[in-house]
Structure formats: C-alpha cells, structure tokens
Design a protein around this ligand. Structure first.
Ligand SMILES: C[S@@+](CC[C@H](N)C(=O)[O-])C[C@H]1O[C@@H](n2cnc3c(N)ncnc32)[C@H](O)[C@@H]1O
Ligand SMILES: [Zn+2]
Length: 273
C-alpha cells in the first residue's frame, strides 16, 4: 500500500531519506525511518509518550500477551491480506509479528503502521528492521486522517487504539477486514485492585463500529503472573498511568509478583454491503 501525501492526496514514493509525491511535496524520514505526515489541525492530539512506549516494549517483549498475538496471527493467516494498515500501531509488536508470519507462509504482505506519536514510531521502525521487514512504512498521522488512498487496504489492525469508523470505511477494500482488539470488563482486574480502593470494570463496546458488520467475535481470557520487575511496566502501559496518584502506584512496590486476569475481545468486522 502506498502512503498518500497529506497535502495533495497523491501517492508518495519512498526514497532513502524522504517520501516524495508527484507534485513535489517532500517529507523527510527520521533517522530510524518513520515519516511525519501529521496535518497541522491534528497536532494538538497527543498519543503515548516515550515512557509509555518503553514500558510497553518491556512488557510485550516478555511475552505476557503471546496468546493474543498467536490468535491474531492465526486470524491473519486465514485472511492472507496483501496490504495491512495498523492504526494506533504503537511499537508494532503485533503487526511486525503478523507480517513476518504471513511472509513466512509465502504471502507478500505489505505493512504500514500509523500512530500519532513520533516517539513510538521510532521504536516501531527499529523493530521492523530487526524482524526482517525493513520495507514497512511507519507514518505519524491521526486516526482521523489516515495516509491511505480510498479502498486500498485489505486489513486494518486496530488494537487497543482509537477507532474512527468513517475513516476506516474510506480506506478499506469492500471485502477487507477490520480486526479490533479491546480490553474486556475484567482485564487487569487484580492489578486495579492492588492499586485502587474502588476499582471499576472496563465498559467494552463489543459491537461492530458504524458502517461495519461483525463477521466473528471471540473473547480470550487468561491469567498472567507478573514479577515485581515488570509490574510497573504493565501499569505504565495502561491508560490509568496518567490518572493515578504516585501514592497509589507505589502500592505496587510492596508486591513480589501479581497474578492478574487478562481478558480481550477480538472483533472481525467487514464493511456493510
Ligand atoms: C494502548 S496503545 C496500543 C498500541 C498498539 N496497538 C499495541 O497494542 O501495542 C494506543 C496507541 O494509539 C495511539 N494513538 C492515540 N491517539 C491516536 C490518534 N488520534 N491517532 C493515531 N494514533 C493514536 C497512541 O499513541 C498509542 O500508541
Ligand atoms: Zn503532494
């Protein structure tokens, strides 16, 4: 899938140091390889910062969510998409693994990851090279203005990230698939109990987004035991990190380890006919 120019909408051609459209709009690549295509009106939106990115790297690399990754790879293997866009891709832990798995089956899958946070895409671009996907494109952009042409995408990955149904409908092919993962009610329940006096359950939306229909839904629930050294990383990659006092977060210091529920909803959605 070719990225498109945020100024004129023309296709962008990747060059070693920049991306260039036919009208001459040029976007420099960062050293790590990602490109910033964020439009001015979206610059006020904030994604995750470098601290959250580092925490997620540590935690995901330790393999606690491996079962979820395996399931996503299995669904992708059934679909064999040629063009994947990972929206709110973070460090690309899932999409790099999915793409590597598809290529090992002989598919010529192209990957483009989009996130609003440049800090995070730096990690993603490095990871992709390490996993043998140096040709993946990583673009700083908003979920509201994705840098993809209309109906150019076979598979949108949207994992624990903001969802913008209208924009997804614009870029997805008529028979494409939107694969969403959301945290279910009891996800990380015991972690929340350890930190909060009165924890609240998540309120997940398990329906297809507007304009899509649900092709398949499944849940995946398990428990993980996280040693002290990874507990803060786990908490730091949640949205609660910015809303919790240091005093409450410090409660985690007292634990040698914590066994907690992980619980995900996996939605396979198609554009409504
Ligand atoms: C919870 S993280 C999930 C990252 C990755 N999908 C994963 O599961 O490892 C959510 C991601 O969405 C990004 N994000 C937040 N708002 C966004 C927006 N408006 N447009 C694009 N990405 C956004 C954040 O920067 C962050 O990387
Ligand atoms: Zn242009």
């Amino acid at each position: 899938m070719k990225l498109i120019c945020p100024v004129c909408g023309g296709e962008l051609t990747p060059e070693p140091k920049r991306y260039l459209c036919q009208k001459g709009h040029s976007f420099d690549r960062a050293k790590s390889g990602y490109v910033n295509l964020l439009q001015r009106q979206s610059r006020r939106q904030r994604g995750d910062d470098a601290e959250m990115a580092k925490a997620r790297q540590i935690f995901l690399n330790a393999g606690y969510y491996q079962k979820l990754l395996d399931r996503i790879c299995a669904i992708a293997a059934q679909q064999q998409p040629a063009e994947i866009m990972d929206v709110g891709c973070g460090e690309g832990w899932y999409s790099c693994a999915v793409t590597a798995a598809l290529r090992s089956m002989g598919c010529q899958t192209a990957l483009c990851g989009v996130d609003i946070s440049p800090d995070i895409l730096r990690f993603a671009a490095v990871r992709a090279k390490q996993q043998g996907i140096p040709d993946a494109d990583w673009a700083v952009a908003s979920v509201n203005h994705l840098p993809a042409a209309a109906h150019s995408c076979d598979c949108i990955l949207n994992l624990f990230a903001p969802c913008e149904p209208q924009e997804f409908l614009r870029i997805i092919k008529p028979n494409g698939i939107l694969l969403r993962v959301i945290p279910l009610e009891k996800h990380l329940w015991e972690l929340k109990e350890a930190v909060y006096e009165k924890p609240y359950e998540n309120k997940p939306v398990t329906e297809a987004p507007d304009g899509f229909e649900l092709d398949a839904y499944e849940s995946l629930t398990d428990t993980i035991t996280v040693p002290a050294e990874h507990l803060k990383a786990l908490f730091a990659m949640t949205p609660y990190i910015h809303k919790t006092s240091e005093k409450d977060i410090a409660k985690l210091d007292a634990l040698a380890s914590l066994t907690t529920t992980i619980s995900f909803g996996i939605l396979q959605c198609r554009p409504k006919k």
